[in-house]
Every structure is written in structure tokens, then in C-alpha cells.
Design a protein around this ligand. Structure first.
Ligand code: 5GP
Ligand code: ZN
Length: 137
């Protein structure tokens, strides 16, 4: 399979590694949005949240928890954005699941995770919630 992140895990493509365990690999983003921009990925290929196993996803989130604390301690950002994109419509570029840690500093000018709040139509919100709850039952 021709997957950039699988090649990073197998060391065919070099990366700046910050963490590794049985299931997880974490490395610096090559196009950092800010200092300390890290990507956390499962070692086993999974394109999106729909393909990854629960065990691998838990391992990735657990490593993210550890790394966020390390970033706070090392760089003391004012905030941290966690991002995880699934599918082209959600702007996912590399189809191997990854969580971004993006440290944030007040006034850094980044516009990620920033949107205008517009009140929803409550009847539509309730109808959609019902659709989801029906599937969960
Ligand atoms: P996505 O939009 O899929 O969530 O983001 C993919 C991320 O992977 C981008 O932030 C991009 O900079 C990063 N990236 C793409 N190719 C490479 C690479 O070869 N090495 C590293 N370290 N990061 C990469
Ligand atoms: Zn892969």
C-alpha cells in the first residue's frame, strides 16, 4: 500500500519522532501550524475513524493525552487544539488516521477551530438527534 504515514512508521520515509509504543507512533508535522505541532497515528493502517479498531483508537487517544501534557510542560502554550479529520469533505489530506496536537498562543493569528456561531433551528436539531438515537438503540 502506498501510504505516506505507513512509510513513516516503517522508517522508509524519515520523520522527527517524539513518541512510540506497541500501537502508536507520534512525530512532528512537516508543515507546522505552530511550534510543537505533532501528529499521533496508529501503527496499523486505518484510513479514518470508521476503519480504526477501538483498541487502536484508545491507544492513540491515550498517547495524545500523554503528549499534550508533555507539550504543555515543554512549551507552555496558552492553549492546545486537538484536530482529527475524516474524509475529503472534512479536509483530510493523508488517508491514515491521525490526531493533530497544535499548541496555541494568544494572538497567534491562526484561524483553525474558529467559526461563527449561528443559532440552529431547534426542531431540526431535535429531529436529527432522534435519527442518531434510533441508530444507537
Ligand atoms: P490532514 O489534513 O490529513 O489532517 O493533515 C495531514 C498533515 O500531515 C498535514 O498537517 C501535513 O503537513 C502532514 N504531512 C503530510 N506529509 C507529511 C510527511 O511526509 N511528514 C510529516 N512529518 N508530516 C506530513
Ligand atoms: Zn497507512
Amino acid at each position: 500500500m502506498d501510504c505516506i504515514f505507513c512509510k513513516i512508521v516503517s522508517n522508509e520515509i524519515p520523520s522527527v519522532k517524539v513518541y512510540e509504543d506497541d500501537r502508536v507512533f507520534a512525530f512532528m508535522d512537516i508543515n507546522p501550524l505552530n511550534d510543537g505541532h505533532i501528529l499521533i497515528i496508529p501503527k496499523a493502517h486505518a484510513a479514518t475513524i470508521y476503519e480504526i479498531t477501538e483498541a487502536d483508537f484508545l491507544a492513540v487517544t491515550s498517547a495524545t493525552h500523554k503528549l499534550a501534557a508533555a507539550v504543555k510542560k515543554a512549551l507552555n502554550p496558552d492553549g492546545i487544539n486537538l484536530m482529527q479529520l475524516n474524509g475529503r469533505a472534512a479536509n483530510q489530506v493523508v488517508p491514515h488516521l491521525h490526531i493533530h496536537i497544535v499548541p496555541r498562543w494568544s494572538g497567534d493569528g491562526l484561524t483553525i477551530c474558529k467559526w461563527e456561531m449561528v443559532a440552529g433551528d431547534i426542531e431540526k436539531v431535535k429531529a436529527v438527534a432522534e435519527q442518531i438515537q434510533t441508530v444507537l438503540k
